[in-house]
Design a protein around this ligand. Structure first.
Ligand code: SF4
Length: 274
């Protein structure tokens, strides 16, 4: 496999979709980290985000709706030498798949989960998602959404994730830097990418985000500060690293508990050579 990650497959996203910025930033980051295609596994969920599965050359698994994180964990356990990334949308990871996120975070599984958050179900033409703002009118909520939106950064922080960040698909430099730190991090990392859907979300546009996003100048030292900083206000949405801590990763914890007969030893022995 080559290391430019290009597949040559035609991309069918809508012209102007925020996904293009996320895709390019991710490929640039993988090159910068000198990760080889044959050492990379990416798991995609269902949705427009899942249609990125044809765009990056690597070991690809287009899994069931909401099951990107457990599939990615399984791959990492089977072959710890791989860099493993789970990519899903806000519907996939925070609707159908929400139950997996806090547990991956608290066990500190050594994978990166990327949520492409466009605040709507884009692939199925614009239904409300778990992150659609309260009051927004969609085809499923013509009178306006009555529920509060979920906040993936706060959920991950509260679940004990060791690396949590947010970026914007319209800021390639910030996004590449954010992804680089997250993918290189030993342990569970969560990246929320604010990614406009130009076809079905006419509120949270590129211009709307550019008027509100504000980079964090310093990574918070504690969870309480990080959660406070992560909250959206009418005028400000912070982007950057909310927490970055070194903690024992899942397999490392198991290896330390037993020398030869541990579950981790079994997993490592069963792992296929890369
Ligand atoms: Fe992108 Fe929205 Fe089009 Fe999907 S529907 S490809 S998220 S612009």
């Amino acid at each position: 496999m080559s290391d430019n990650f290009n597949t040559g497959v035609v991309n069918h996203w809508c012209p102007g979709c925020g996904g293009f910025g996320s895709l390019q930033a991710l490929k640039d980051t993988l090159k910068k980290l000198q990760i080889k295609s044959e050492n990379l596994a990416i798991v995609y969920g269902i949705g427009c985000s899942g249609n990125m599965n044809t765009q990056i050359k690597a070991y690809i698994y287009h899994t069931l709706h909401g099951r990107t994180i457990p599939t990615a964990i399984g791959i990492k356990l089977a072959n710890p030498k791989l860099t493993v990334i789970a990519i899903g949308g806000d519907g996939d990871m925070l609707g159908e798949g929400l139950g997996h996120l806090p547990h991956a975070a608290r066990y500190n599984h050594n994978i990166t989960a990327i949520i492409l958050n466009n605040q709507v179900y884009g692939l199925t033409t614009g239904q409300s998602s778990p992150t659609t703002p309260r009051g927004a009118k969609t085809i499923t909520d013509p009178e306006g959404v009555i529920a509060e939106p979920l906040e993936p950064v706060a959920i991950s922080l509260a679940s004990g994730a060791s690396h949590v960040s947010r970026s914007f698909s319209g800021d390639s430099l910030h996004l590449s830097k954010t992804l680089e730190s997250a993918i290189a991090h030993p342990g569970f990392s969560l990246v929320e990418i604010l990614q406009p859907c130009v076809s079905y979300n006419k509120i949270n546009t590129f211009i709307w985000f550019r008027q509100r996003i504000k980079p964090i100048t310093q990574t918070p030292k504690n969870i309480a500060t990080a959660i406070t900083l992560s909250a959206w206000t009418d005028n400000t949405i912070h982007i950057g690293e909310f927490i970055k801590q070194q903690r024992p990763v899942f397999l490392g914890k198991l290896v330390k508990t037993d020398s030869t007969n541990s579950y981790a030893s079994l997993l490592l022995n069963f792992s296929r050579p890369v």
